[in-house]
Design a protein around this ligand. Structure first.
Ligand code: KIV
Length: 264
């Protein structure tokens, strides 16, 4: 695949052609997923759970994100690399600029931040400075202690309205894309329809412009109970490569996620 850029993702949005995103944290998997048709690699702070064995993403540091972004950048074959800014590394606009510079220097093409309207000034500043920002809404795992667990968000009217307004405000501030996690399908569809920027979903139904999964989850190697929105693509595959290609194909033709993997 020749280099995927923000322009490529915007073109997918305009053309209504879905694209696939997967996490990767090292050079070998970055090479594999980017040669299997994935448009974007997320160097997610989920690495704190699936690589480091923590029970949340909170212990992940900026140094961890820089190290894994550098590794992914070395193996990547043309996918767009999006890196998470970890917990409390963007508590002020100045700190966000410092943290974003570190992961962009490490090889990221975009940063991802978790939160709502309070990020408006940060998104504006980073965007003005040439850093594309994806904003993660809905279930924001860095706020698990405020949310009281890993729960579907936006189920009631006020929560749904707040998410719609946050999405609008962040897009107006310059967000390059949005990511919705654990959001009822109808709400995700409404946010996607009202956004000019690509919307990536995880546990947000199949109306979003793209899907993302944690690589270890979709390969069935994450220990413990599998969340409802995760499909184990290894079950019907003969190899890891086959599983990733099936995921990409199912995202692109809209068959994943079906209702079984969504919240109504
Ligand atoms: O860190 C991560 O992998 C993520 C996904 C769950 C979207 O943010």
């Amino acid at each position: 695949m020749s280099g995927v850029t923000l322009h490529t993702l915007n073109k997918h949005k305009q053309d209504k052609t879905k694209f696939a995103v997967l996490t990767a944290y090292d050079a070998s998997f970055a090479h594999l997923v980017s040669t299997c048709g994935v448009e974007a690699i997320l160097v997610g702070d989920s690495l704190g759970m699936v690589l480091q064995g923590n029970s949340s993403t909170l212990p992940v540091t900026l140094e961890d994100m820089v190290y894994h972004t550098q590794s992914v950048a070395r193996g990547n074959q043309g996918a767009l690399i999006m890196s998470d800014l970890p917990f409390m590394s963007y508590a002020s606009v100045e700190q966000a600029a410092h943290s974003a510079a570190a992961v962009m220097r490490a090889g990221a093409h975009m940063v991802k931040l978790e939160g709502g309207r309070w990020l408006v000034d940060t998104v504006k500043k980073l965007t003005e400075q040439g850093v594309p920002v994806c904003v993660h809404l809905g279930l924001t795992p860095q706020a698990v202690n405020m949310l009281g667990g890993y729960k579907v968000q936006g189920r009631d009217q006020s929560g749904a309205l707040q998410m719609l307004e946050d999405a609008r405000a962040l897009e107006d501030a310059g967000a390059a894309c949005l990511l919705l996690e654990c959001v009822p399908s109808l709400l995700a569809a409404e946010i996607t329809e009202n956004s000019k920027v690509p919307v990536i979903g995880i546990g947000a139904g199949n109306s979003t412009d793209a899907q993302v999964l944690v690589l270890h989850d979709m390969l069935g190697v994450t220990p413990g109970r599998r969340p409802k929105f995760v499909k184990d693509f290894m079950i019907d595959a003969s190899s890891i490569e086959d599983a990733i290609k099936n995921y990409v194909a199912d995202v692109k033709d809209g068959s994943f996620p079906s209702a079984q993997y969504s919240f109504e």
